[in-house]
Ligand binder design. Sequence first.
Ligand SMILES: NC(=O)c1ccc[n+]([C@@H]2O[C@H](COP(=O)([O-])OP(=O)(O)OC[C@H]3O[C@@H](n4cnc5c(N)ncnc54)[C@H](OP(=O)(O)O)[C@@H]3O)[C@@H](O)[C@H]2O)c1
Length: 346
Amino acid sequence: MAKTRAGIINVTGYAGVELARLLVQHPEVELTSVTGRSAAGQKLNAFFPHLTNIGLTIENKLGDVDFVFSAMPHKDSAPEIIPLLERGIKVVDISADFRLRNPAAYPEWYQFTHPAPQLLKEAVYGLPELYSKKIAIARLIANPGCYPTSAILALAPAIKKEIIEPNIIIDSKSGISGAGRSLSLKVHFSEANEDVTAYSLEGHRHFPEITQELTLLNPKKPPAVTFVPHLIPMTRGILTTAYATLLPGKIATGKDGEKQLQEIYADFYKAAPFVKVVSFPPHTKYTWGNNDCYIYPTIDHRTGRLIVVSCIDNLVKGAAGQAVQNMNLMLGLPETTGLQALAVFP
Ligand SMILES: NC(=O)c1ccc[n+]([C@@H]2O[C@H](COP(=O)([O-])OP(=O)(O)OC[C@H]3O[C@@H](n4cnc5c(N)ncnc54)[C@H](OP(=O)(O)O)[C@@H]3O)[C@@H](O)[C@H]2O)c1
């Protein structure tokens, strides 16, 4: 069978170049076309020498392809995608342009009016652990944000099984590549190195996405969410710690409760090949370059609170890897195809 011809819009950003790395190693896909404004006309392996074997030329416009990934910044992604859908091409959008169902959320959180609000109803939120059946038949996937991926996967079993009060605190820490490749003071080595800071306490753009998805898991009890992201001096990785009070009588006390929690989480993710439910606090290093999400659910017995620690690589499970996982489902391939590499350690 002929390989699917895949294209990447905006290969020059971090999400785009990570997609290129994954797609050239994918056995059922041929990366045939890539675009990138600042590098048009250059060879991909000259612009990114670590992609040694990819002699493709970076173009201004996509060539003939069967499947497209958009790694454009938000607002600029939707106008690229709409004509592709009209031509019958399936798309995974790594930007936020199709993640929020309410069109009014775009002016509020992203400062633009959505150009195709009708597509917000159609786009499928590309979190395969929750929506694999819908993803398999979709033509447009809204690939989740990196923070939302770590937070939603950490909390979904507890919300679905109704074991917590809907009052949730999400504390997340991201490596610097989460801010993208564009230069800004906050990513200068001398300012970011040996520094940790919280930011966007007034409301991060991933907040409406997290609350939208957590609400959909149990619409009868919409959660009150406090989300505080932090920037920390590492290249890749997100570590999220989520807290919520356990509902009385739902979980046993002591070690039995911890075991019960492990069982609830392991059962919820039994068909999810990339989610590893573990009984120890995971390290972001376990996910460097792979598509895994490690989740450690436990109990603070002194307060009766659930604590869930999760970690992912923001550029893989938080972006390009999840996008490839979605493509696999859309093409009827095993979810793990091309995504089985182990983490780089240490
Ligand atoms: N980084 C992550 O961890 C992550 C995770 C999940 C999702 N995402 C999403 O993925 C998308 C890309 O993010 P990124 O982190 O890869 O960004 P990035 O590294 O900052 O790359 C942004 C690139 O976009 C190009 N660009 C900006 N405006 C453009 C326009 N109007 N037309 C064409 N090119 C334009 C820039 O290229 P020039 O140099 O040519 O201007 C730059 O290379 C964003 O929507 C982001 O939200 C990122």
